[in-house]
Write a protein that binds this ligand. Structure first.
Ligand code: FE2
Length: 251
C-alpha cells in the first residue's frame, strides 16, 4: 500500500510537471521568440527520428484504450495553401490519465510520458496519427487532450498550438467557460466520429494563426478557414489512404 501511494504521488507529480509547463507558456510572452516561448516543446528534439513520416503509430495504439486516428491538413497562414514538411510532435496521457514513462526513456522526456511521437506533413500538408484516446487527469477537471508542438522548416524555433480536445468530452465546456480557447493554429476541438470500434477525428492547423511574433509578412492574406469545418472530399481521400471507410455517423 505504501508503495502504491508513493507511486501515485510520483505519477501525479509527472502530470503536474508536464502540463504545468504548457499552462505557463503564455504567462510570459517573450518579445522575440516566435510563439512567445514554450516550456516543454523543446523536448520534441529528444528521440526525434532522422526520418519522419506523415503517418505515425503511437506506442499507445496497441495498449488498452479507445483506438483513435487523428488526421488533418496543415495550412500556411493564408488558410488555403497546404504546408509540407512541417513537423508535429505530439504527447498525451495514457488510458488512465497519466503521462506514464517507460523504462529506458530519456530522463527529460519522461515528463511527456511514453505516448509521444512525430509526423511530418506530406506534399499535400497532410498527416495522420494512430493512437488511443487520452484520458483526463485523475481527480482533475481538465478535459482530455493531446499536446502539439510545431516545427516549421523555415521558422527558427518550435511553438505550441491549441491542444487537441474532443467534442464529446463532458469536461470541455466547463473548462472553456473558465479558460477560453487561444485558437493557436486554430481551434483544437475536434469532432469525434465512430465506425465500429474505431474513432476518427480531423484536426487542421493554420500555421501562425494567433501565434505571437509570427512573421506577418510571410503571407499577405490572413486565414479565412473555418478550422472545424469538415471538407468531405479531403476526409474521404485521407481515410481511404489509410484503408478506412467513412464512419457511419459521418455527415
Ligand atoms: Fe497535459
Amino acid at each position: 500500500m505504501k508503495y502504491l501511494v508513493i507511486g501515485r504521488a510520483i505519477l501525479l507529480c509527472l502530470i503536474f510537471i508536464s502540463c504545468n509547463g504548457q499552462i505557463n507558456r503564455t504567462s510570459h510572452t517573450d518579445s522575440k521568440i516566435i510563439g512567445g516561448g514554450c516550456d516543454g516543446c523543446e523536448l520534441m528534439y529528444i528521440g526525434m527520428p532522422k526520418e519522419i513520416h506523415s503517418v505515425d503509430t503511437s506506442p499507445g495504439w496497441n495498449e488498452k484504450g479507445q483506438k483513435l486516428i487523428v488526421t488533418g491538413t496543415v495550412f500556411q497562414l493564408d488558410g488555403k495553401t497546404p504546408a509540407k514538411d512541417v513537423i508535429l510532435y505530439y504527447w498525451q496521457t495514457d488510458n488512465d490519465g497519466y503521462y506514464s514513462p517507460r523504462a529506458g526513456m530519456d530522463e527529460q522526456a519522461k515528463r511527456h510520458g511514453h505516448i509521444r511521437g512525430w509526423v511530418k506533413t506530406d506534399a499535400y500538408g497532410k498527416y495522420t496519427i494512430k493512437t488511443i484516446r487520452p484520458a483526463p487527469y485523475p481527480d482533475d477537471v481538465l478535459p482530455a487532450h493531446i499536446h502539439l508542438s510545431v516545427k516549421e522548416p523555415d521558422i527558427e524555433n518550435e511553438y505550441y498550438t491549441d491542444e487537441i480536445n474532443f467534442d464529446d468530452d463532458k469536461l470541455l465546456i466547463p473548462h472553456f467557460k473558465k479558460y477560453p480557447q487561444e485558437n493557436r493554429g486554430g481551434s483544437g476541438v475536434v469532432k469525434v466520429l465512430l465506425k465500429h470500434s474505431l474513432q476518427t477525428a480531423q484536426h487542421d492547423i493554420v500555421l501562425g494563426l494567433n501565434i505571437p511574433n509570427y512573421p506577418k509578412n510571410r503571407y499577405k492574406k490572413q486565414s479565412g478557414l473555418n478550422i472545424n469545418k469538415f471538407r468531405r472530399s479531403k476526409d474521404v481521400y485521407h481515410l481511404q489512404t489509410q484503408g478506412l471507410s467513412l464512419p457511419d455517423n459521418y455527415e
